[in-house]
Design a protein around this ligand. Sequence first.
Ligand SMILES: Cc1cc2nc3c(=O)[nH]c(=O)nc-3n(C[C@H](O)[C@H](O)[C@H](O)COP(=O)(O)O)c2cc1C
Length: 207
Amino acid sequence: MSQVLVLNSSVSGEASASRALVQSIVDGLKGPGVSIVERDLGADPVPHLTPETVNTLRGAPPTTPAEIAARALADSLIAELKSSDVLVIGAPMYNFAIPTGLKTWFDHVLRAGETFRYSEAGPEGLVKGVRAIVVLSRGGLYSEGPAAALDAQEPHLKTLLGFMGVTDVTFVRAEKLGFGPEAREQALANARAEIDRIVEVDFRKAA
Ligand SMILES: Cc1cc2nc3c(=O)[nH]c(=O)nc-3n(C[C@H](O)[C@H](O)[C@H](O)COP(=O)(O)O)c2cc1C
């Protein structure tokens, strides 16, 4: 049995491009022996860190009711991640970066001793053997050209995932979604073709 953890983070519901593309990946990966676990960080976000919860989310033992609740949620998110073989993330670009719902998920799961540790050789990721496929949706063009330097979405996600040991990451970019209907259709078609290739070559043939 393999587990696929699906994290959507668009707040645009049915209109979301990343959500539709993530669904194509999920449909491609579904099959006997595959369990799909879904978290909708757009529609049902985990709470932001607060003065009441930050210490326990960073590792201090929980004592107050707020700490106990926050810690239980974070522990379940970490367990969900660590028991997964594939992580599929839908990450729209919001103001050059990732949505706060997705960032807050990382704030909950990045905990020393659980998903990374500090060793004499520096930080070491503890989430091993997880393959990530990340759908990036963007209104503009950032993979090349003058706006590339503004991209705080893809490099940041690569850092966050890599820090916890998830280094096998494939990015599927749907960009220029705001450049008119034709550009949008082309971008979605390109992304779907890339997804078909990933599912076929990396999962079906490898199985
Ligand atoms: C709050 C917000 C901020 C956005 N900021 C950017 C941006 O900085 N750069 C960009 O290219 N597109 C930006 N967009 C456009 C989205 O990236 C684009 O609409 C994308 O399709 C959103 O993903 P989704 O369709 O999965 O929701 C923004 C959209 C929203 C709602």
